[in-house]
Ligand binder design. Structure first.
Ligand code: FAD
Length: 528
């Protein structure tokens, strides 16, 4: 008999719920977490200004009505401390900590065909056997460490957004460089701009940032809670895992020119990522996309006083929403401050770090602090970092030409290993909480199904996996996603094979497929 029914890797949103759900079903499960605390993303990313970009009422668990009713979110988009407090509360409320090993990293795991068990080895050399392993390792948990020449020569302080000092950093009056203008960069820049002496932002590609229209929701929360269950149901059956009121029919179907503009304006002013669902075919129709992009560019320009800086901040090289959109709480206005400079690294490449700062083009710029907001090896990075083996094959090798999964839940040849929000599932293209809960419940039901039928092994069939990979690739090829060199495509990681990593068909469609497969006795899975 294995030591445990299941080992869960990671104690973020996914791992915590997975532990709770398996316990509820009577499984003996244990979590292994590299960090010293629960929270995952919201433990590690403590940089100034860190907050979610999906509204908290949806970016939270729905599985427990009492939890949902008793927790009071204070803002439309919660800041990191509140999200971390929530996750700690969940861990305590459901007594999860007693089954979590902190400060422990899973280094490797090997599947044994005779016993149908995984042997999991941690970084301290401890070995645990388990019937199942559930990788709740996160889509954005493996930082991309840039290789800037001379970084070690820099005499000032270097901080990474994904591992910000817990005690905080006093940046007042300092000359600060921020490298990277994705979500973390944007949020950091916006938060520190009022305090720093001088701020220099190094940008490779400008983002489209929609206003958050963040606000206190203390007053409206009580009313919201009266129909929370309907809201959750709508979320599960929506394209993005969060209801964006009336999703429109495809572009041009019903609206004339003024109608289209009015719709874009309404969504922009309402704030948040629902802008990218202005038209259901925004990622399919170039014409629809151009129209939404043009409107967004116009709004960005209005915020920035200096036309040359406004132009630098205006994205033109890729379709809107083909890279992760950002949500802005005063980002563009930062560039109206006299002490803020924007540098386009395409014109002035970062040649190296020096003792005093950064050699940018031919100029040495002096800084006290360098902040790196350079992103993640998304979706596959955390899994690739573990040596996952079955016989002669490793998952890393199998995925060298791009991930291959069935539903983003399993990869053929690696039995009894599930991935929560794995590649080729909606994951990062959705409100992750909707996708996480769906996967946790699907995995748990599959495990219970095996137990009820006296089975000990489940694997994806190669043919089903091939079919799913083709389906996800074909669906992605019908969109504009491949036109952007984004982390959705793995394009931010040197040497990583380009492939559209998430399933683009929508949470609603994915759920129908996943439910159908489960109901049909796990069609495409080999169970014994
Ligand atoms: P994570 O929270 O990433 O947790 C994974 C855990 O696994 C980590 O704690 C890690 O330490 C641990 N781990 C990994 N490998 C190992 C190993 N080998 N051994 C032991 N432990 C390991 N999504 C949204 O939908 N909306 C948002 O607004 C949003 N904002 C985000 C903001 C930031 C700054 C970032 C980085 C991501 C954001 N995301 C957002 C995505 C976010 O990652 C998910 O929403 C969610 O938090 C993922 O939860 P998770 O438990 O799956 O993974």
């Amino acid at each position: 008999m294995p030591d445990r029914d299941a080992i869960i890797i990671g104690a973020g949103f996914s791992g915590l719920y997975q532990l709770h759900k398996l316990r509820e079903l009577g499984f003996d499960a244990h979590v292994i977490e590299a960090g010293p605390e629960v929270g995952g993303t919201w433990y590690w990313n403590r940089y100034p200004g860190a907050r979610c970009d999906i509204e908290s009422i949806g970016y939270s668990y729905s599985f427990d009505s009492d939890l949902q009713q008793s927790w009071n979110w204070t803002e439309r988009y919660s800041a990191q401390p509140e999200l971390l407090a929530y996750l700690k509360h969940v861990a305590d409320r459901f007594d999860l900590r007693r089954d979590i090993s902190f400060n422990t990293r899973v280094a490797s795991m090997v599947f044994d065909d005779v016993s149908n068990e995984w042997t999991v080895t941690t970084d301290s050399g401890e070995q645990i056997t388990a019937r199942f392993v559930i990788a709740a390792t996160g889509c954005l948990s493996k930082p991309l460490i840039p290789t800037f020449e001379g970084l070690e020569d820099f005499a000032g302080d270097v901080y990474w957004t994904w591992d910000w000092p817990e005690e905080g950093v006093d940046l007042s009056g300092k000359r600060v460089a921020v490298i990277g203008t994705g979500s973390s960069g944007l949020q950091t820049i916006t938060a520190i701009a009022p305090d720093v002496g001088e701020l220099t932002v190094f940008q490779r590609t400008p983002c489209y940032a929609v206003p958050a229209q963040n606000r206190s929701i203390v007053e409206e929360l009580a009313e919201l809670k009266t129909h929370y269950d309907e809201f959750r149901e709508e979320s599960r059956n929506s394209v993005g895992g969060f209801p964006c009121d009336d999703e429109l029919p495809p572009f041009f179907e019903d609206l004339d020119d003024a109608g289209i503009r009015g719709e874009l304006e309404r969504r922009w002013d309402d704030g948040g990522l629902c802008y990218q669902q202005s038209f259901r075919d925004l990622l399919q129709s170039k014409e629809a996309n151009d129209r939404a992009a043009e409107y967004a560019r116009g709004r960005i320009k209005l915020k920035v006083h200096n036309p040359a800086v406004a132009e630098m901040l205006t994205p033109r090289s890729y379709p809107i929403a083909a890279k992760r959109m950002c949500v802005d709480t005063g980002y563009y206005e930062v560039y109206n401050q006299p002490n803020v400079t924007l540098i386009d690294v395409n014109d002035h490449p970062i040649r190296r770090m020096t003792e005093h700062g950064i050699l940018s083009g031919d100029d040495e710029l002096e800084f006290d602090v360098i902040i790196l907001a350079t992103g993640f090896d998304a979706m596959t990075g955390a899994l690739d970092a573990i040596d996952i083996r079955h016989g002669e094959q490793t998952l890393r090798d199998k995925w060298a030409d791009g991930p291959r999964t069935y539903l983003g839940l399993m990869s053929a040849g690696f039995p009894n290993l599930f991935t929560v929000t794995g590649p080729q599932s909606p994951s990062v293209l959705s409100n992750m909480l909707t996708s996480i809960e769906y996967h946790v419940e699907w995995i748990s039901a599959a495990m219970a199904h095996l137990r009820d039928h006296g089975c000990t092994r489940i694997d994806a069939e190669v043919a089903a996996e091939d079919n799913w990979v083709n389906t996800t690739n074909d669906a992605a090829d019908m969109t504009l996603l491949p036109e952007a060199a984004s982390w959705y495509m793995g394009a931010n990681v040197p040497g990583k094979r380009r492939a559209v990593l998430p399933f683009v068909g929508g949470v609603d469609v994915y759920k129908q497929i996943g439910d159908g497969i489960a109901i049909s006795n796990y069609h495409g899975f080999d169970i014994s």
